[in-house]
Design a protein around this ligand. Structure first.
Ligand SMILES: C[S@@+](CC[C@H](N)C(=O)[O-])C[C@H]1O[C@@H](n2cnc3c(N)ncnc32)[C@H](O)[C@@H]1O
Length: 355
């Protein structure tokens, strides 16, 4: 999976353990990003609806939430083998992201140009296309020269960028076949019919459209006007999410909650962002009968690595400036499942601390 800021990589097992305690059979991951939370919910047997504003998340959704293994994987592997052999050539991608900017070495950029053009010549089902585009994005991500966001590239080439890009077949995620959409979350909210909605919105001013403009262009393949040193898409100037503005984020979030009819809600926020926990609790209490909050210190190992904790995990110095707590809010119509979910989260945390 790609490097993605705000991605719930470390929190996924805990979110899965929590969801498993709720009396639900379907879930909407309404700000899906990499889709990794939706994938975990699918693995746990839920029918997942995956949604995000971005075109690249839509393709991840086809690969990981919709594809069911019924696709001809031998044929897909053959296409990828062919892609891995294609001769590269200069195109929009090389010019914009390897010459005007230095996100990728030109040898890999040229291959992206050739492979992406080639994929458009094939007649593919949406899941097959999603699998191949996901494979290309993940391969390019493994040889990029950034710190994980596409606002800037490194001054000196990253060591990984020297490697030759290699496309691999994404794994099929086991579980029921889900669905995918590319909507504004607030517009989608009144139509969501799942038992659970998981809400993980952007939490500060940094826009995902700007941070991941290359993946957006790679999927849309529309050769947009690019501007500035970062060579971002011209439309990132106007395509702003209301969640990225301090002024509108709270009201937009409240509006979203007010329009969701899923009985169970799971919300996660970093405590570094715009949303204050007290406000979130009050809003959830307005909408659902019971609310529970968990604080997950998911970067605790950072502290441990730099010697602020001893080997047993005991605190031996101040880490308040480093602590990055992820807050998890659970809301629903019955207390017992929420309490069981909190117990499961604590067991999961303890289990992880001992691994
Ligand atoms: C914090 S990230 C989600 C990360 C995700 N849970 C993961 O683990 O990869 C927030 C996501 O919200 C999407 N987004 C921003 N504004 C949106 C909106 N108004 N409607 C739907 N998605 C939006 C962004 O594209 C981004 O992928």
């Amino acid at each position: 999976m790609i490097k993605y800021i705000g991605s719930k990589r470390k929190l996924v097992p805990l979110l899965g353990a929590v969801a498993a305690e709720l009396p639900i059979s379907s879930a909407c991951d309404i700000f899906a990003g990499t889709t990794r939370v939706g994938q975990e919910l699918r693995r746990r047997g839920l029918v997942v609806s995956s949604n995000d504003l971005s075109h690249y998340t839509e393709q991840f959704g086809y690969a990981y939430i919709v594809a069911d293994g019924g696709e001809d994987r031998t044929a897909l592997q053959e296409i990828l083998d062919e892609c891995n052999q294609l001769e590269g050539y200069d195109g929009y991608f090389t010019k914009t992201f390897c010459e005007q900017a230095r996100y990728f070495q030109p040898k890999n950029g040229r291959r992206v140009d050739a492979i992406r053009d080639h994929l458009d010549t094939l007649s593919l089902s949406p899941p097959a296309r999603g699998i191949l585009l996901t494979s290309l994005i993940e391969a390019a991500d493994r040889v990029d020269s950034t710190t994980g966001v596409q606002m800037a590239y490194l001054k000196k080439w990253a060591a990984r960028s020297e490697k030759d890009m290699q496309l691999l077949l994404p794994e099929t995620v086991p579980g029921p076949v889900g669905s995918v959409s590319r909507c504004d979350a607030n517009q989608l909210a009144p139509k969501v019919e799942t038992d659970l909605t998981y809400i993980d919105p952007p939490y500060n001013q940094h826009s995902y459209a700007g941070n991941y403009h290359i993946w957006e262009t790679l999927v849309r393949w529309d050769q947009p006007e690019a501007y500035g040193v970062a060579r971002k898409r011209e439309d990132t100037k106007t395509n702003k999410s209301a969640y990225n503005s301090k002024r509108s984020a709270k009201d937009t979030f409240d509006d979203l909650l007010g329009n969701l009819s899923s009985p169970w809600l799971m919300v996660s926020f970093s405590n570094e962002g715009y949303h204050e926990s007290d406000h979130v609790i009050v809003q959830l209490q307005k909408q659902r009968k019971f609310v529970k909050v968990l604080a997950v210190d998911y970067k605790r190992y950072v502290g441990a690595q730099i010697g602020i904790h001893d080997l047993k995990g005991n605190k031996v110095g101040s880490v308040s400036h480093l602590r990055n707590k992820e807050l998890l809010f659970l809301a629903g119509p019955e207390l017992e499942p929420l309490e069981a979910a909190c117990d499961a989260a604590i067991r999961q945390e303890l289990a992880e601390q001992h691994t």
